[in-house]
Design a protein around this ligand. Sequence first.
Ligand code: GLN
Length: 341
Amino acid sequence: MSFTSDGNESIPTDFDDVVQQVSTGTLAHQRIDELLLEAHERYADVDEGLLAHYIPILGQVEPDTFAISMSHVGGTVHGAGDCHHQFSIQSISKMFVYALVLQEHGHEAVHEKIGVNNTGMPFNSVMAVELNNGHPMNPMVNAGAIATTEMIAGKSAAKKWENVREGLSAFAGRPLTLDDEVYESESEANERNKALGRLLKSYGRLDGDPNNAVDTYTKQCSLNVTAHDLAVMGATLADGGINPVTGQQVVSADVCRDTLAAVATNGLYERSGDWLFEIGIPAKSGVSGGIVAVAPGKGAIGAFSPRLDMAGNSVRGQLAIGHLSRALGLNLFASAPDSGR
Ligand code: GLN
């Protein structure tokens, strides 16, 4: 027996014939408005963290904007702060593109090609790719996200982009638009992502043109959203794939489950373990300051505040979501002793 690995062997599974039941629990939604305001007030003065200067335009944003929104799977959306302020979705796009790709190609193919295990390294790590024999490892780091975007349906780059934009818009329940300034700024500063694309290609892990894959990825990161949108997009994944506001089935319930597992293990990069330990729900961040956290069967929280910790996660966003996760009982690992005893 060998314990060396290319980082991505599957664990044995033998339960495809067992009907998937869901974990249950309801959201204490009468308290959401009050708790959102409480969290907003409590963390509005936190000024730790830095802007994402490596993308020039993101280094120029107003650092104090702060918004928290929560969508219940029943379709009501609550908010505190500037919930309709627009910002580029950045890496949060990775989870929704991943869901679309799972829907298109299925659990097995995507698992094999992209993987789900954490690299333990920063989101733009080249070393992680080298150490794993060119395997992109998981869909939430840049290498895995570029490989995932490449798998989106569409023969041409233009068609793939159209499918990404339409797919993410279906999650949001409104047509999302490209922020041209962010796209230009990031296109001028994405040599590292281009290098990741070429590296994947050199390992035979990418079928098409790596520059096209990186360009579509850069565009998906430059789509504008609001905290309100993030809450609705996340709640779609909490609601078995049905957008709770529009009623549209965007992806299947199985795709939601698989997506949230990949988000739980990798959504906050090398801090994903700390996050699960402290907060206990899958969450995905982006370097413009957005963060979405999903409580399966209950709803989702979208938060925005641009100052980031060293791993690139919104500082206030993490605090606000942590507060709400505790107060609303969202932590997936928390239980109380059985009262029937
Ligand atoms: N577009 C950004 C990049 O590729 C996304 C990174 C992020 O949000 N963590 O670097």
